[in-house]
Ligand binder design. Sequence first.
Ligand SMILES: Cc1cc2nc3c(=O)[nH]c(=O)nc-3n(C[C@H](O)[C@H](O)[C@H](O)COP(=O)(O)O)c2cc1C
Length: 409
Amino acid sequence: MGFHLIQTSEGPIEHMTNRDNDDWHDYQFDIYLKGMAGTVPRLPTDLTRLEALAAQRLAPGPVGYVAGNAGSGRTDRANRNALDRWQIVPRMLRDVSERDMGVELFGRAVPAPLALAPIGVLSIMHPDAEPAAARAAARLGLPFTLSSASSTPMEEVAEAMGAGAERWFQLYWPTDREVTRSFLARAKASGYSTLVVTLDTWLLAWRPTDLDQAYIPFLRGIGTANYFSDPAFRASLAKPVEEDPQAAVRHWSRMFSDPSKTWDDLPFLHEHWDGPIVLKGIQHVDDARRAADAGMDGIVVSNHGGRQVNGAVGAADTLPAIARAVGDRLTVLFDSGIRTGDDVLKALALGASGVLLGRPYAYGLGLDGQAGVTHVLRTLLAEFELTMALSGYSRPAELSPGALVRADS
Ligand SMILES: Cc1cc2nc3c(=O)[nH]c(=O)nc-3n(C[C@H](O)[C@H](O)[C@H](O)COP(=O)(O)O)c2cc1C
């Protein structure tokens, strides 16, 4: 436990943390110290190696579901290329002895510009599933975003995180208004502070890795926990879930997401959610402006990790123009392709206030449960802090596009 003082727009906030450590780079020393006692990290410290390790050690269906993409995987590759095309130009002699990676997100101080992205059906990666990932985030003071499609009901995940831990709820906006209302009320009652509404998944994309294995967890009733435990959802079934699970799954598949939604539907969210609202999946400047005009608090510039539209623009290629257009009106977050500490630095320099980490923590969970998620988060943030310092930056606010150069310029 510790206290952490952070500057926000409303002056300094004393932020109580139950973090295991205050300085992210300490993980480097921890690892070397444990080495003196003869142990080395159980998982790689180069997080780009996790996917291959997961493919070796875990079952092909689940790994395929996490690693898989829309179509031929072009968008996922474009995400990586978009970040790779930017390169950091390190600056020297700038006194980086005192560093603070903390930022303010939606009025709350967080110890690093990082939250865990919503990832559904985590029980396919590890039986400890969402509670383990959420506990790892909470112990480090980082926000955890719970997916609508989690394999654990939202109340149980909230309890696993504990009071005071920062949790966000991601909504796949259902066709059924009663279920939507019920989800929002349950999320609010169990302490989720921020609503993240995903706009890019009204339909499930054509995903060859899953199709080739004919593997989709939802049809087996995995990833439906929030629905099957929901009074409004249960009330709309002819027979209880337990008596006819297949009918429940069929009903779920018809109502989980509503492709008829438009910008005109957004006021419904404000009517039923009084906290910050963030639209996830924005890639066009005009959509970002509409989100700001609609009074949203934030957006996530994201293409769902290339899992929805094959042949789409790399997410980081859309970030600078969006941040320039709306960065002063709402909080711009970024995901899709974040793998290493320098990726975080680049996204912030391109205008994001924070990033969401996706697949790497799912692999960490699959490979080593809660400890694996902790390792992934501490590795990413140690590398981020060290890359910041070695590039001449002590705080995220010091970053600007001038920190980077285009590799091809
Ligand atoms: C296995 C898997 C499940 C996901 N489930 C959800 C979800 O339930 N809701 C959501 O908004 N995004 C979901 N996403 C997208 C992530 O939130 C995030 O946008 C994406 O992982 C970023 O790409 P990256 O992991 O390649 O960096 C999922 C991603 C993966 C890999």
